[in-house]
Ligand binder design. Structure first.
Ligand SMILES: O=C(O)CCC(=O)C(=O)O
Length: 278
């Protein structure tokens, strides 16, 4: 019975029209971004221009430098999440203002064709380590939902040596002829894929690397193959914002405080109302 329910939940028609009902309108910028995302599973753009927010990079970097944790012990890991492992929602922050920017929310809603949930906001500082690539530095797919909308923005310049994010375009909607490349299970049970096996897959010729100056932004449906963050030199500072459908069964990544300080427009409340209390 449980497996029948699970099977039904994973049918697109049930996911869209039973688990996530409703109809929405979107503006032309959001429609253009979401069309590209639907076609490729990935789209890259200049954040400050698309959000029409010239001071965005200074405001975000100021926020990270002044209000984030910085636990030097955790620098032994290759990712230091600057707002902690389980960030708490802060309605007064610049990062929340960006996560609820009309272009962002409408693009996410246009992509899902439904109202979405905000699931995660954080800034990752990624450092070089002595290890060979592991965990998210290796090709993998995320499992939080049938589609996964992740927005990323570089807060510093990222070139080939700063572990650019890589994506296999088209792998978010696997065509019927495409079988998974040969993978292996890491110690935590997650399936990962080598560069060689990805290169031999039907998506091998559609791999892109996101490199660019600070402000370089991209949205990826991370249910497709992706990897990144294997920094060889310097630092990669990455803002990450994730939305899923309301029917996503994944565990929670973020909490909201008992008393929310700041203001949220009533039409945005569905984004956060299901977040668990801290
Ligand atoms: O750090 C990266 O570039 C990869 C990120 C990633 O794997 C993820 O967010 O699912």
């Amino acid at each position: 019975m449980r497996s029948l329910k699970k099977w039904l939940r994973h049918r697109h028609i049930i996911w869209r029209y039973v688990s996530n009902r409703g109809h929405l309108k979107h503006d032309s910028k959001a429609n253009a971004l979401s069309r590209q995302l639907s076609a490729d599973g990935f789209c890259q753009f200049d954040g400050p221009s698309v959000f029409d927010w010239p001071g965005l990079m200074d405001e975000l970097n100021h926020e990270v430098n002044h209000s984030a944790h910085h636990d030097p012990a955790s620098e032994k890991k290759f990712i230091v999440p600057r707002f902690g492992d389980h960030p708490t929602l802060d309605l007064t922050s610049i990062r929340f203002k960006l996560a609820t920017h009309p272009v962002m929310v409408q693009t996410a809603q246009a992509y899902y064709d439904m109202k979405v949930r905000l699931r995660y906001i954080n800034v990752w500082d990624c450092y070089p380590t002595d290890n060979s690539p592991r965990q998210s530095q290796l090709w993998h797919r995320d499992r939080e939902d049938l589609r996964i909308f992740k927005f990323f923005m570089y807060l510093n310049e990222v070139g080939a040596d700063q572990g650019p994010f890589c994506y296999a375009k088209g792998s978010h909607r696997r065509p019927f002829y495409a079988t998974d490349p040969t993978g292996f299970l890491e110690a935590d049970g997650t399936k990962r894929f080598t560069d060689e096996s990805l290169a031999k897959s039907p998506f091998g010729h559609r791999i892109v690397q996101a490199k660019g100056p600070q402000g370089t932004s991209f949205i990826a449906d991370t249910s497709g193959y992706h990897k990144g963050g294997y920094v060889l030199k310097g630092l990669r500072r990455l803002l990450v914002i994730m939305y899923t459908s309301h029917a996503s069964q994944s565990h929670e990544f973020m909490t909201r405080p008992n008393e929310l300080k700041g203001h949220i427009d009533s039409n945005l409340v569905p984004l956060i109302e299901d977040l668990p209390l801290a």
